[in-house]
Design a binder for this molecule. Structure first.
Ligand SMILES: *[C@@H]1O[C@H](CO)[C@@H](O)[C@H](O)[C@H]1NC(C)=O
Ligand SMILES: *[C@@H]1O[C@H](CO)[C@@H](O)[C@H](O)[C@H]1NC(C)=O
Ligand SMILES: *[C@@H]1O[C@H](CO)[C@@H](O)[C@H](O)[C@H]1NC(C)=O
Ligand SMILES: *[C@@H]1O[C@H](CO)[C@@H](O)[C@H](O)[C@H]1NC(C)=O
Ligand SMILES: *[C@@H]1O[C@H](CO)[C@@H](O)[C@H](O)[C@H]1NC(C)=O
Ligand SMILES: *[C@@H]1O[C@H](CO)[C@@H](O)[C@H](O)[C@H]1NC(C)=O
Length: 477
């Protein structure tokens, strides 16, 4: 009994999986825009297609004619706007094109008994209809996968006009060829559809689900679950976890579930959870990347307090007497990983650091002076304006605690007030100046985000946006 319960529990804990920390939604508006752009590309491609030879045998009453149509190319193609919809029955898309007409040209060769003849031909295909259903899934490595599950092709009619050779004879028999040619064309379309979906699948499989962000961090983005298709959207749940390339350490916290609201007025939405931000902070922390050495040349010139032992008397009364006129260094390192917290309309960031101070002798020797813990809370807002990510931060709280001192008494409250004032008057305004200029939104090779709106919600950041394709003929309107 007990072992089976254990197995059951293990299975349950495996199958319930992890919550996606990043959610991406494609709305119907986005699907239709993407289709429109793809239709333009397909039209361009169709005009360069060369078809494989079509051959067959027709009985014309007095014997069999072997015919081959070679070098078949499209001269004109009127590719109507296809329709595409989210298809819940097979968790995918249903695409159809109807009323496609095309003019083709090529060469013909016939063998009729001992007679060999050849020439050229013009062909018109009328009212071609193709319906294809593709199913989306997820493979074991978390790639999005796509499979062609059904395809149907119907040709309304064809008309063929032979030229050259004894074409005046063959033109009499077009009605004999027609059925075969229609069937031949119909038979060849779905394999091409399957092939192009297979090639899309091949591309999806070869895509990375992890991306190096910088020298320290990797972002892990496999799907956590099967894609979810509704009548109006496609939803993808992604792991969205950063980790240190060096330590590969998992953060000691997990992603909480969140619900990204539907925004049908935008082409897509993206939800980025607190977990993703905090995993990045933890990744930097565990890699030891959150540390800095501060010296006097980094202190803004306007600051009255310098990193010079002689200017520290009001906080450390004995320091200027013990080591007069020496420059100082501050070693600052994170004690814990910084923690982001997202609330409706605001982002909070808690940072806990330790500061070790040293006096520098003229010969370079460093003398330890004191060690102080500094805990600060910063809060801010973020928004998108003119295609730029902007923000504003403020210092909510700063607490200094003395850990040890080699230089006697420390007036920690005075120091805390001075540092707080310095942050508020110098550091925070500098940061805000940068944030006010804005950060350019990431741009993909073929598309750019437009009309983007960013909202801070309880536990996640919601980005809703339209996209604009770059350099694709027909869609550029
Ligand atoms: C979808 O599936 C349902 C139930 O299996 C079926 O009744 C319906 O006809 C299907 N719809 C389409 C468009 O195939
Ligand atoms: C995938 O990742 C590997 C290793 O990080 C890298 O060498 C390769 O270029 C990446 N491929 C793509 C398509 O980004
Ligand atoms: C302070 O540090 C910077 C960067 O490490 C260095 O370029 C500069 O020379 C240092 N200044 C002093 C006074 O040590
Ligand atoms: C430190 O400050 C004192 C007093 O302002 C000054 O005399 C001294 O030159 C400074 N030390 C250095 C190394 O700049
Ligand atoms: C550096 O100078 C200090 C005093 O000026 C002296 O005590 C110390 O031994 C010196 N260190 C070295 C490595 O020369
Ligand atoms: C600032 O932090 C201290 C210590 O963590 C806490 O006691 C105090 O209430 C905080 N003040 C504000 C305004 O949040």
């Amino acid at each position: 009994m007990l072992p089976s319960v254990t197995v059951l529990l293990m299975l349950l804990s495996c199958t319930c999986g992890e919550n996606p920390a990043i959610q991406a939604v494609l709305t119907n508006k986005g699907l239709q825009y993407g289709k429109h752009a793809a239709a333009g590309l397909i039209q361009e491609k169709l005009e360069q297609v060369t078809f494989p030879d079509i051959s067959g045998v027709v009985n014309i009453g007095i014997g069999n004619i072997d015919y081959t149509l070679t070098g078949v190319t499209i001269t004109k193609c009127d590719f109507p706007e296809p329709s595409v919809e989210f298809f819940q029955n097979s968790t995918g898309f249903k695409t159809s094109v109807s009323g496609l007409n095309a003019a083709l040209t090529g060469n013909w060769v016939v063998h009729f008994g001992i007679i060999h003849d050849s020439g050229s031909f013009d062909m018109a295909i009328f009212n071609l209809r193709v319906t294809s259903v593709a199913e989306l899934g997820r493979d074991a490595n978390g790639h999005l996968s796509v499979t062609s599950v059904s395809c149907n092709a119907q040709v309304g009619n064809v008309d063929v006009q032979f030229r050259g050779g004894a074409s005046w004879i063959f033109n009499q028999f077009v009605h004999h060829f027609k059925g075969q040619i229609i069937e031949n064309i119909q038979r060849r379309i779905c394999p091409v559809v399957h092939e192009s979906i297979d090639s899309l699948e091949y591309h999806l499989q070869s895509m990375n689900v992890s991306f190096d962000v910088d020298q320290v961090l990797t972002l892990d983005l496999p799907l956590t679950d099967l894609p979810i298709i509704s009548a109006s959207s496609l939803k993808l749940g992604l792991k969205g976890e950063f980790y240190s390339k060096k330590t590969h350490q998992k953060p000691p916290f997990v992603a909480k579930p969140f619900i990204l609201p539907e925004q049908p007025g935008y082409m897509m939405s993206l939800g980025l959870s607190e977990f993703t931000l905090n995993s990045a902070a933890y990744g930097y922390f565990s890699a030891g990347a959150l540390q800095a050495l501060i010296n006097d040349s980094m202190i803004p010139p306007m600051s009255p307090v310098r990193l010079n032992t002689s200017s520290m008397g009001m906080f450390f009364p004995e320091l200027p007497k013990k080591f007069p006129g020496l420059l100082m260094n501050l070693q600052v390192y994170a004690r814990e990983a910084p923690v982001f917290s997202l609330q409706s309309g605001a982002v909070g960031l808690g940072v806990q650091v330790t500061v070790k101070a040293f006096a520098i002798e003229p010969n370079g020797t460093q003398i330890p002076l004191f060690k102080i813990n500094a805990d600060s809370k910063v809060s801010g807002k973020m928004w998108i304006a003119d295609g730029l990510l902007k923000g504003k931060v403020m210092l909510d709280n700063l607490t200094l605690t003395l850990v040890s001192s080699e230089v006697g008494t420390v007036k920690i409250d005075t120091l805390q007030n001075t540092v707080k004032t310095g942050m508020k008057l110098i550091i925070i305004p500098k940061v805000n100046e940068k944030l006010d200029k804005g950060i350019i939104l990431p741009r993909m090779k073929h598309a750019q985000l437009v009309n983007s709106v960013l909202k801070l919600e309880e536990g996640f950041i919601a980005l809703s946006s339209d996209a604009k394709m770059l350099q694709t003929g027909r869609s550029e309107q």
